[in-house]
Structure formats: structure tokens, C-alpha cells
Write a protein that binds this ligand. Structure first.
Ligand code: 26Q
Length: 828
């Protein structure tokens, strides 16, 4: 297998002895016409954009399929070690435009579309986002798949084909409303059902033990309610390398057995209802980005994904290798995207022992050496736990195996720390107490050979905090893999003007070797280059302003600074701190204290978990403040505020290109990494941020001069919290005091008195976990510094260029290279 970046000759390829379809405009035109007329059966005249979109998708898809089959053949011949990336979430966004970029079909397709009088941009709008994820973790999985295909690594993504992805967010009277995301309503041209690979998943029932012919004890899990897992495959193209990997998503389907039993007994309706229950498993994505404990359906989803995917890998192994598992661990690796698929540890043990007759020790050796676990959170309340009771009912055989794993593990703990009851209680996979719980993170750590965090600080905090004792026991398991994002989507595609300027300046190599952006550094002070750089930013700001106008009815002036915070709404991410600063600016304007104030447009966007009261109230506050500020004539040229509804992958593509200032302001020690921060940096935004997650590495990469730092550090936050007194902080800071006065006087909620009291109370609460008041002064001062720099156009532009130029290490190609070398040990 070659390295990334090699650009094989276009269209030079064969599958099954046949030349590949042409990549020229004429071939595209012919195929567009054929798909429109024959595959879809529509006339160009009656064909709305949707039909033309589908014809284009099929035209591109044909080319993908050729390369897909060739890649499959190549893996089948070369038999490389393979990785299964197990994730409950893949936040893919749109596919058409990404495929067009990766297969270098942009120009030809545009030409072919000319005849229809439609632009590629207009067509692309017809595609709904595949929003099968909540936020960072799901989008990371999508970026990783892009990098794996680009690096030509045999990695398959395994997930769930939810009928409904992340909810559609509407804002009504300032409040979030959730609407179902019917992303499959118009069909999905990018998926291929593979009924020949259906797998059967067991639930409920009980276990029976008997001795086999050799006298070995064997366990059978019987009387189960089974559900079928039907795979749908999506092609994942690499960047211009003819590699196409697979994302396999499972849909739940009822077995047909009810027809025989219940149907004959006359209980037709009950039989159909049972079918419903099975198919619920893949119905909807859970819209929480922090674990919601105890939901039965969620555990069903987790087991469904884990079992189907492991069976898939094992059955394919046996098709190629016969009935031996020798070499299995050298040829397979399972990466667990957080603890969501951690039940895979016990499931692999079950499959190897119960279905294939392997003894415990051999099965454990295979399990431990193939499983690897990535942690994505530092919030202790976000660690997944499941009641033992739930396991006993739903997955009785898995509970037995977990108990056995735990018993053997605790023996190891006692020999490491003899006579230490406390250590046993602390490390046990089963948390005792009122309602005994299974600690999924502990199961994942015990059952894996690798445990990684997603940014340097995050990994250090895991080792010294959450997983300290595990680190003492197994220091060699722990490692860091700082996140990254794919530069194809997050610069090449989303910012065509900047990409083209960069191409003209340093060539196109950066798309697969992002460190090459360093070559822009000498140009940071070049007047002519700066001018072009600014013109691109201006253009992108115009597009973003159009979007904001259209979605929010707020007009953003492109001469003003675009100050943006988009991410899930969560208290630790402190959208509240941002809005306090906005109130402060408004307060200054109203007091006439506007000297040196740089005109700003503040954009905030993100979804709140439907059951997260405070997050939803913060959205309401943002909208209430926006309404007052935008209606204030005195603020007109100085401050605009908008809340962008339904933030998603496709929105970010436009947002990150048009942003001047990136807000990364989480309470230090709480954001595992962040990845939006990287997208903004790549597109030349400057960051205002705390020393949290990957912000630290971003600042190290660009240099402290070109990053606006503020706030308490992670260890200082812990210190401050011991004697935190927000009231006295507020009392001694006249700006904050004035902001609190505006809030408390009901200035932003005249018609709805008292609604923001819960927010006011949190800010004043000595137990406020996120210490918002503590960082207000330093945030506001840093914002003044931002304003001073922004007013010096050349200086700002220099810093903007240096940010892009220093963003090389935040390519997911770098991250995936490290996973491949250090965890998966793939040859490359
Ligand atoms: C768990 C159980 C039940 C229901 C939902 C969940 C659940 C779902 C999604 C828990 C967490 C998530 C998502 C977490 C997430 O997105 N974390 C982010 O991961 C990014 C990629 O590593 C980091 O950059 C972010 O810092 C981190 O917050």
C-alpha cells in the first residue's frame, strides 16, 4: 500500500477486466441523461432539482462503486490487518460534494450540468445531512474515515442506520423546539443494502450449562428474542487515490418467526407489535452528548451494534481462514469510540467461547489484544453506568461474562495491592451500593490493550484523575492521540477561494500533507498576499452574512468582526460567559462608553439535549439578548447578535470560512479536545480561548502571540472552587456588577418576569461548577485585546495567515497515522 498524496492517473483502472467509466464532461453528460431518463424515469423538464440531484448522485456513485470493488479486491488479495471502528455515531454531513472533491470530478460535472442550467451548489442543496451523531465524537468518526481512506488503510466504520438522526432544531419565541430529522424521506442514493450479510442478535432468554463431548463446560444462551441486523453499506472515498472504504450501518429488523408461532395462535396484532419493538432499535439517535443513564433502548442499541459488527468480522474471517482463530489477533483490531460500544469486550468473549468453543484464556488473549478504547470526556457524571438488573434481564449471558472478567481482574488487583479492600471497591467493574451498576469505562479499560485520550491535557488528566489507579496498574496502556479534522472537507471543500489562493501560492500538496501550509509563513507580512487573503475572508463573510440574514433575519455587516461560537450547548462550554460579554458590550454602548470598541457581529449556534433544562434556558437568553440588542438604534453600527438555528455539519462548512474570531471558552479541564477549534484555525480565524483541550496545542503551534488566552487553568479551577465566592467577585467588578444588574432587573425579559432566575442563581452559586464569574474579568480584558488587534488590519491578517499556516498538525491524517502506527500497528 502506498502513501497518501499520490495521484494516480485519472480513470486509469479496471474492474473485472472492464475499463472504468469516463471522468470527462461528456461521459458525465451521457450518464446524467441516462439516469434521469431510465433509472429515475423523469424528463429533464418535469425533473425538479431533486431528480437531477439524484441523477448526479447516481452518476458519481457509479464511479465510486468501481473503485470500491477494486479496493475490496485489493484487500482480499493482500490480506492486510484490518480495523473495525465501532461507533454509535457517524456525523457524515453531505456526500455528493465530498465525493466530487475526492474523486476530482468538479470541473467535468459542472460542465455537464451547464445543459440543465443548474449549478453544482444548487444541486448540492438538495441533499440532506446524514446527521447520525450529536457533535464532536460523531464528526470525529467521519473525519477519521476520510483520513483512513486517504491513507489507504483497511478500516471499516461500523454504526447504526438510524431512521431519524439528530433532531432538527427550530426556534420559537426564543425557545428550542425539536422536530424529527427525516433524512431518508427522499431516499438515500449513497447506501447499498447487503441482505446476504444479515446477522442475528439475541436478547433476553436465559443460559444453560452442559458438558460437551470432551467434558468441557459449555454455556448456551437460549429462549432468546432475536432481532435481525441488516447491513447498509456506504462508500468512503479517499482523496484522489482510487481507494474506497466502507461504512457499514446496521438496521434492525424483526425475524419472521412470529408468523409461525403467534400468527397461528390468532394473536396477529401482538405479533405485529413485537415486530415494532425489534425495529425500534435503529429508529432514533439519542440526542444527548453526555450519557443519559438507564435508558433500556440505548443499551439495546449498544449491544445490537457491537454484536452485529463482531459477528460480521468473525464470519468474514472464517470464510477466508476456515475454522481456526490462529492469527486473528494479528489481523484484526477493534477501536471503541468511547464506551458506547464497550459491551463488545464481553460480546467477543461470548462469541469466541459459546459459538466457537474457545477456552477462557485463549479468548481473553484475543479480546484484550484486539480491543482499544478512546475516551472523550472528563466529566465524571458522563461516565456510562448500567444497572446490573437491566443487564440480567436483557443480556444475561453477557452479565455472567462481565462478572467473570471482573472476578479475574480483581484477583490481579489484590496481588498488586494485597489486603486493600478499598482498591477492590474502587476498581471493580461492578459498582456496589444501592443499585449495583456496570461501569462501562472500567470494562473497556480492563478489556483493551490501549486507552487513549483525545488531546494532550485530556490524556494527562485521565492519568492523574478519572483513571489514576488504572494508570498505576497499567501505565503502558495509556496514550494520547490528539484529535484532528479532515483538511479536504474543512478547507479544500468549504473554503474554495482560500484553497485556490493557497494552491496558487504553494501548490496542492497540502491537501494530503497539511504541514506544507508552513510554507505560507514567509508571506504573513507580504502586502500583496495579505490583500488577497483579506479579499477571500471578505467574500466568505458575505456568504455567511447571507446565511445569517436568511436564517435569523439579522443583518451582519461584513466590515464588522465576525465573532462566532458554534457547538453543542452545554454549561461547561460556557455560552453563558459569551453572552455575559455581549451584555457587557451592550451596557457600554448604552453608557456611551464606546471608545475603541470594535464593531462586532456575534453568532452563536448549537443544539441542547431536549431534556437539558439549563442549556435550553441559555438558548432562550441568547435570543432574548439578541432581540434587545438588535432593536437598539445606538447599537446598530457596533453590535449585532444572532442565534443560528439548526447548527449542523453543512452550516459549519459556511461558518468556519467566514469567521474572524473563534470562541473556545470552556472551563479549563472540561473540554476533552474540541475539533471546531481546529476547523476555525485552518480557515484563518483567530482563537480566544482557555487552556483547555486541544486549545493548548493550538496555541503552542501558532505561538502565544497569535492566540488570545484568558481564564483560569485546569488546576487553578480546582483550587478556586474550594472557596469560590461569586457574589464578592461580582461586587468588586463594576462591569460584571452592571451586567448582573441588567439581567436581574429583567431588562431582557420584560414580558416574562423571572424566567432567567435559574441562570442568575447559577452565576451566583458558590458551587457553580463552571466558575463563570471567575473568568469574566479575564475574558473581557482578552476581548479588548482582540479588538485592538482587529483594528490593525495588517496585523490581524498576519495573525490569520499564521494560524492557517500553523494548523498542519490538526489534520486527521496526522491523528490516523498515529492510531495506525501506535495502536492498530498497521503496515503503511
Ligand atoms: C451516552 C449514553 C446514552 C446516551 C448518549 C450518550 C452520549 C452520546 C454522545 C454521550 C456522549 C456523546 C458525545 C460526546 C462527545 O461528542 N464528546 C466530544 O468528543 C470530541 C471528539 O473527541 C471532543 O473533541 C470533545 O471535546 C468532546 O466533548
Amino acid at each position: 500500500m502506498g502513501k497518501s498524496g499520490k495521484s494516480p492517473e485519472k480513470s486509469s483502472g479496471k474492474s473485472a477486466g472492464k475499463e472504468w467509466l469516463g471522468l470527462d464532461a461528456k461521459s458525465f453528460a451521457t450518464d446524467l441523461d441516462r439516469h434521469l431518463n431510465l433509472t429515475l424515469g423523469k424528463d429533464p423538464v418535469e425533473g425538479s432539482h431533486l431528480y437531477l440531484y439524484n441523477a448526479a448522485a447516481l452518476t458519481i456513485r457509479d464511479r465510486l462503486v468501481e473503485r470500491w470493488r477494486a479496493t475490496r479486491d485489493k484487500y482480499a488479495t493482500e490480506k492486510p490487518k484490518r480495523v473495525a471502528y465501532l461507533s454509535l455515531e457517524f456525523l457524515m454531513g453531505r456526500t455528493l460534494t465530498n465525493a466530487v472533491l475526492n474523486l476530482d470530478m468538479d470541473e467535468a460535472l459542472r460542465k455537464a450540468l451547464k445543459d440543465y442550467g443548474v449549478t453544482l451548489e444548487e444541486l448540492a442543496q438538495e441533499e440532506r445531512d446524514a446527521g447520525l451523531g450529536n457533535g464532536g465524537l460523531g464528526r470525529l468518526a467521519a473525519c477519521f474515515l476520510d483520513s483512513c481512506a486517504t491513507l489507504e488503510l483497511p478500516v471499516t466504520g461500523y454504526g447504526i442506520r438510524y431512521d431519524y438522526g439528530m433532531f432538527h432544531q427550530k426556534i420559537k419565541d426564543g425557545y428550542q423546539i425539536e422536530l424529527p430529522d427525516q433524512w431518508l424521506k427522499e431516499g438515500n442514493p449513497w447506501e447499498f443494502e447487503a441482505p446476504e450479510n444479515i446477522r442475528r442478535i439475541k436478547f433476553h432468554g436465559h443460559t444453560e450449562t452442559h458438558a460437551d463431548a470432551d467434558g468441557n463446560l459449555r454455556v448456551q444462551w437460549v429462549d432468546t428474542d432475536d432481532v435481525l441486523a441488516v447491513p447498509y453499506d456506504m462508500p468512503i472515498p479517499g482523496y484522489r487515490n482510487n481507494t474506497v472504504n466502507t461504512l457499514r450501518l446496521w438496521k434492525a429488523s424483526a425475524t419472521d418467526e412470529f408468523k409461525l408461532d403467534q400468527f397461528n395462535q390468532g394473536s396477529y396484532t401482538e405479533a405485529v407489535a413485537a415486530k415494532n419493538e425489534a425495529e425500534q432499535i435503529s429508529m432514533v439517535l439519542y440526542p444527548n452528548d453526555v450519557s443519559e443513564n438507564g435508558k433500556v433502548l440505548r443499551l439495546r442499541q449498544q449491544y445490537f451494534l457491537s454484536s452485529a459488527s463482531l459477528q460480521d468480522v468473525i464470519i468474514r474471517w472464517r470464510q477466508r481462514n476456515g475454522d481456526t482463530f490462529e492469527g486473528f489477533a494479528d489481523k484484526n483490531c477493534f477501536q471503541l469510540n468511547d464506551t458506547h460500544p464497550a459491551i463488545a469486550v464481553a460480546e467477543l468473549m461470548r462469541l469466541l467461547m459459546d459459538d466457537y468453543g474457545m477456552g477462557w484464556d485463549e479468548a481473553w488473549e484475543i479480546t484484550r489484544s484486539t480491543m482499544a478504547y478512546t475516551n472523550h470526556t472528563l466529566l465524571p457524571e458522563a461516565l456510562e453506568r448500567w444497572p446490573v438488573r437491566l443487564f440480567r434481564d436483557m443480556l444475561p449471558r453477557l452479565l455472567e461474562i462481565i462478572y467473570e472478567i471482573n472476578a479475574r481482574f480483581l484477583r490481579q488487583v489484590s496481588s498488586h495491592w494485597p489486603h486493600d479492600e478499598g482498591k477492590l471497591r474502587e476498581l471493580s467493574i461492578i459498582e456496589e451500593g444501592g443499585e449495583p451498576q456496570v461501569r462501562m469505562a472500567y470494562l473497556a479499560i480492563v478489556g483493551s490493550h490501549s486507552v487513549n485520550g483525545v488531546a494532550a491535557l485530556h490524556t494527562e488528566l485521565l492519568k492523574s484523575g478519572l483513571f489514576k489507579t488504572f494508570y498505576e496498574l497499567w501505565p503502558e496502556k495509556f496514550n494520547n492521540k490528539t484529535n484532528g479534522v479532515t483538511p479536504r472537507r474543512w478547507l479544500g471543500f468549504c473554503n474554495p477561494q482560500l484553497a485556490s489562493l493557497i494552491n496558487k501560492t504553494i501548490g496542492e500538496g497540502w491537501l494530503t500533507d497539511l504541514d506544507q501550509l508552513q510554507q505560507l509563513k514567509p508571506l504573513a507580512d507580504d502586502k500583496a498576499f495579505q490583500k488577497k487573503w483579506m479579499a477571500v475572508k471578505k467574500h466568505n463573510k458575505t456568504l455567511l452574512a447571507e446565511m445569517v440574514e436568511c436564517a435569523c433575519g439579522v443583518s451582519f455587516d461584513t466590515d464588522m468582526m465576525f465573532d462566532v461560537q458554534v457547538k453543542r450547548i452545554h454549561e461547561y462550554k460556557r455560552q453563558l460567559l459569551n453572552i455575559l460579554h455581549v451584555i457587557h458590550l451592550y451596557d457600554r454602548i448604552m453608557r456611551g462608553d464606546t471608545e475603541g470598541m470594535v464593531p462586532r457581529c456575534v453568532l452563536i449556534g448549537g443544539k441542547a439535549a431536549p431534556g437539558y433544562f439549563m442549556a435550553k434556558l441559555i438558548i432562550k437568553l441568547i435570543n432574548s439578548v439578541a432581540e434587545v440588542v438588535n432593536a437598539e438604534p445606538l447599537a446598530d453600527k457596533l453590535l449585532k447578535v444572532a442565534f443560528l438555528p439548526n447548527y449542523r455539519v453543512t452550516a459549519m462548512e459556511m461558518i468556519c470560512a467566514g469567521t474572524d474570531l473563534s470562541e473556545q471558552i470552556s472551563t479549563a479541564g472540561k473540554e476533552a479536545s474540541g475539533t471546531g477549534n481546529m476547523k476555525f484555525m485552518m480557515n484563518g480565524a483567530l482563537t480566544i480561548g482557555t487552556l483547555d483541550g486541544a486549545n493548548i496545542e493550538i496555541r503552542d503551534a501558532v505561538g502565544e502571540e497569535d492566540f488570545f488566552l484568558f481564564g483560569l487553568k485546569a488546576d487553578e479551577v480546582e483550587q478556586v472552587r474550594k472557596s469560590y465566592d461569586p457574589d464578592s467577585i461580582i461586587e468588586s467588578d463594576s462591569d460584571l456588577k452592571s451586567v448582573m444588574h441588567l439581567l436581574e432587573s429583567g431588562h431582557f425579559n420584560l414580558c416574562e418576569p423571572g424566567i432567567f432566575n435559574p441562570i442568575i442563581n447559577t452565576i451566583r452559586d458558590p458551587h457553580d461548577q463552571w466558575v463563570t464569574a471567575a473568568d469574566f474579568r479575564s475574558f473581557t480584558d482578552a476581548q479588548v485585546a482582540v479588538g485592538e488587534v482587529y483594528q490593525q488590519k495588517a496585523l490581524w491578517t498576519r495573525k490569520s495567515i499564521l494560524n492557517t499556516a500553523s494548523s498542519g498538525m490538526f489534520s486527521s491524517d496526522r491523528t490516523i497515522g498515529q492510531y495506525a502506527d501506535e495502536i492498530w500497528r498497521l503496515k503503511r
